[in-house]
Design a binder for this molecule. Structure first.
Ligand code: ZN
Length: 329
């Protein structure tokens, strides 16, 4: 029997599960709509896992990709969906009667591409997901870097290096801080820069630019220059062997053509050989990265043990007041 891992991608509109073999494509992929309530979501995950286990005749490891981060101290998830304020990992450990690992979408993307994607063979991989919002992850020697506070890869909320005489004032981020990278380099930020507050269609901006629309071309130019400055900071700090872009904006060809030279203008020494690559696995990064949270090695650096299984008469009773105004990408 193949040594499968189970990967689950908990998205805003669907939950996807797959059995991921050591090599090859994810298997037994199945999607169900994301329930509105937390108990229903736990039940949906249990049913999906049981179904896969029946098909493969084994009880494999389970990893879960979620659009939000888990507080290392409390174990509670911060997200805009029904997981917000809930102890997801503890409840899944109890429900599935095994250790379960949980990571956000940026981390799962980076891990998926590092294992056998665009970052395969590289020691240090920085994966950046650029979509409605943005998120990122760092993988070192095939293992996800989590960090003392669980914040490794929280690139989106680093302050953008504004150049005040030439740029508009910083915007307030959904996290509450001013001028986070996400407010400048995400797809939403591109759309707002081009079309004003409330705009959300980054793909439409790119289409108009390709058709010759001057304002759209200027917005794309400002965006790629800003993204280059944001990535130059990553290189000065981490100097990864490869940068892989994911999310909807990773389809934009001009990023790969322009970023290397623009990044070099902002790194220390003005020379940069870091490749910026397209993703290999696309929409599969959630289930693949979640599955690879179990590499068959020791816990990822900085990981905390799974809470002890215990009776949970009311799953997620420790719900906390919501602090977020909108979810991560
Ligand atoms: Zn922020």
């Amino acid at each position: 029997m193949t040594n499968f891992r189970i990967g689950i991608d908990f998205g805003g509109s669907k939950i996807e599960i797959a059995a991921v073999p050591p090599k090859g494509r994810p298997w037994l992929r199945r999607r169900v709509p994301t329930p509105a309530s937390y108990p229903a979501a736990i039940a949906a995950i249990m049913n999906l896992v049981r179904n896969v286990e029946t098909r493969i005749g084994a009880k494999p490891s389970v990893g879960v990709c979620v659009p939000g981060r888990t507080d290392q101290a409390t174990g509670l998830v911060r997200s805009r969906n029904c997981l917000d304020g809930r102890p997801l990992r503890r409840d899944l450990c109890n429900a599935l009667e095994r250790e379960v690992r949980v990571a956000n979408d940026g981390n799962c993307f980076a891990l998926s591409e590092a294992v056998d994607g665009a970052g395969r063979g590289a020691r240090v991989v920085f994966g950046a997901v650029l979509g409605t919002g943005c998120s990122a992850g760092v993988v070192v020697d095939g293992r996800l870097l989590i960090g003392r506070n669980g914040l490794a890869g929280e690139w989106a909320h680093i302050p953008f290096p504004f150049d005040p005489p030439h740029e508009p004032p910083a915007r307030r981020c959904w996290c509450g801080r001013l001028g986070c990278l996400e407010t400048v380099i995400s797809g939403t930020a591109l759309a707002v820069d081009c079309d004003g507050p409330g705009a959300r269609g980054a793909a439409a901006v790119a289409e108009r630019a390709a058709a010759g629309d001057r304002p759209a071309q200027a917005a794309l130019d400002r965006h790629v220059r800003s993204l280059a400055r944001a990535l130059a900071g990553v290189i000065n700090l981490l100097d990864p062997d490869v940068i892989v872009l994911g999310g909807g904006m990773s389809n934009m060809d001009h990023l790969y053509a322009r970023l290397p030279a623009l990044i070099a203008q902002h790194v220390f020494g003005n020379v940069c050989a870091t490749p910026v690559r397209r993703p290999v696995h696309g929409d599969s990064s959630g289930v693949r990265g979640a599955a690879w949270l179990w590499p068959g090695e020791p816990e990822p650096a900085g990981a905390v043990p799974c809470p002890a299984a215990e009776p949970s008469p009311r799953m997620g009773a420790q719900r906390q007041p919501r602090r977020d105004r909108r979810p991560r990408s």
